[in-house]
Design a protein around this ligand. Structure first.
Ligand SMILES: *[C@@H]1O[C@H](CO)[C@@H](O)[C@H](O)[C@H]1NC(C)=O
Ligand SMILES: *[C@@H]1O[C@H](CO)[C@@H](O)[C@H](O)[C@H]1NC(C)=O
Ligand SMILES: *[C@@H]1O[C@H](CO)[C@@H](O)[C@H](O)[C@H]1NC(C)=O
Ligand SMILES: *[C@@H]1O[C@H](CO)[C@@H](O)[C@H](O)[C@H]1NC(C)=O
Ligand SMILES: *[C@@H]1O[C@H](CO)[C@@H](O)[C@H](O)[C@H]1NC(C)=O
Ligand SMILES: *[C@@H]1O[C@H](CO)[C@@H](O)[C@H](O)[C@H]1NC(C)=O
Ligand SMILES: *[C@@H]1O[C@H](CO)[C@@H](O)[C@H](O)[C@H]1NC(C)=O
Length: 285
């Protein structure tokens, strides 16, 4: 009986120890998670706060001490940031009168799924380094002052659903490769300074993929091709240049022909005169 009791008590002390271990593990895990800062998120946020300017002081808690620990599990301590399992996974800083530029170090927020910096005054280029954001599904940089090209490297963000770059100062052509993004369901580059042909992979419906209508491309002076009209005939189009070439060629042909005719007429007259003189000089027999 005593043995059975002893065994029972040892069993209960065993389970007590297991509970102890569990509590200690959970506690340590919590402490560990609290104190373990993610160095890449920290680099990302530190550089982003340096490259953006916030004249209206909208970004609360965006201080050096918070960047080391922006998240606790699913809780974020930074305005505009959302956390998932201790990592930044969403940044939504819209309509905050932000200025400055987008740092290439944003690519260090490697768990980022959604980046929305729309409706600010952010200038400078879209960093091609964003290609490292392999989980990125939403990229909304619309209504800013971004310039330079649309980086073709964005094609490497294979999960992109949304690319909204409307109302900026972007130049160059639309990268052909963006048509390879099979998940793309929203694409808007309207009201920029883009030029060249619209890639047929974005303009045309191909297979079952949803593609984009004229609204997505409007307001770019030199963008052309379906679903926009074909090449604009503003200024000197190819046709006009060919026309001018042909016209001037014909004109010079007519001119030189007339010239030759006149020259021939003159020489003919001269010859006639000469002939007349000769006949006059000829002695009569
Ligand atoms: C940030 O990204 C750069 C380039 O991708 C890399 O070289 C650097 O090691 C990263 N920094 C951290 C702290 O992860
Ligand atoms: C700023 O941080 C404090 C504590 O660290 C937190 O209570 C507060 O909610 C944070 N503010 C924002 C806007 O997240
Ligand atoms: C943007 O912010 C300004 C000032 O806070 C506000 O008046 C305006 O309604 C906001 N616009 C949108 C679209 O939220
Ligand atoms: C920022 O401040 C400017 C001037 O003080 C003001 O016009 C603007 O509405 C503010 N923007 C926001 C988003 O509060
Ligand atoms: C991007 O942001 C703007 C302004 O915040 C919003 O109006 C627009 O709907 C967003 N684009 C997409 C595709 O959600
Ligand atoms: C796109 O589709 C339109 C209408 O279906 C067609 O006229 C045009 O030739 C196509 N363009 C390309 C480049 O496939
Ligand atoms: C273009 O497509 C969008 C949805 O993707 C739709 O809301 C809009 O009405 C369309 N515009 C035209 C001119 O067809």
């Amino acid at each position: 009986m005593g043995g059975g009791c002893g065994w029972r008590s040892s069993s209960s002390s065993n389970s007590f120890c297991y509970v102890c271990l569990l509590v200690v593990t959970l506690f340590c895990g919590a402490v560990f998670r609290q104190s373990l800062s993610d160095p890449s998120d920290e680099a990302c946020l530190t550089h982003l706060s340096q490259s953006l300017q916030d004249p209206n002081h909208s970004l609360q808690n965006w201080t050096k001490s918070t960047f080391a620990n922006p998240c606790s599990g699913f809780t974020s301590y930074l305005q505009g940031a959302t956390c998932n399992n201790g990592r930044i996974y969403k940044l939504s800083l819209t309509n905050l009168s932000l200025r400055g530029s987008i740092t290439p170090f944003l690519a260090n927020c490697t768990n980022l799924q959604s980046l929305d910096l729309s409706s600010n005054f952010i200038a400078g280029p879209i960093p091609p380094e964003l290609q490292s954001l392999v989980n990125l599904a939403v990229l909304n940089l619309s209504s800013n002052r971004l310039s330079g090209p649309i980086p073709p490297q964005l094609t490497l963000c294979a999960y992109l659903n949304v690319i909204d770059l409307h109302q900026n100062l972007l130049t160059g052509t639309i990268p052909q490769q963006l048509g390879l993004l099979v998940r793309l369901s929203a694409f808007d580059v309207s009201n920029n300074k883009l030029s060249g042909p619209i890639p047929s992979s974005l303009g045309n419906r191909s297979g079952s993929l949803p593609r984009f209508n004229a609204t997505s491309f409007a307001g770019n002076k030199d963008l052309y091709g379906y679903p926009l009209p074909p090449m604009k005939t503003k200024g000197l189009s190819v046709l006009a240049i060919v026309g001018i070439g042909l016209g001037s060629g014909l004109a010079s042909l007519v001119l030189s022909f007339t010239g030759v005719c006149i020259w021939l007429k003159i020489t003919e007259r001269k010859m006639a005169l000469e002939e007349g003189k000769i006949t006059q000089l000829m002695p009569d027999y």
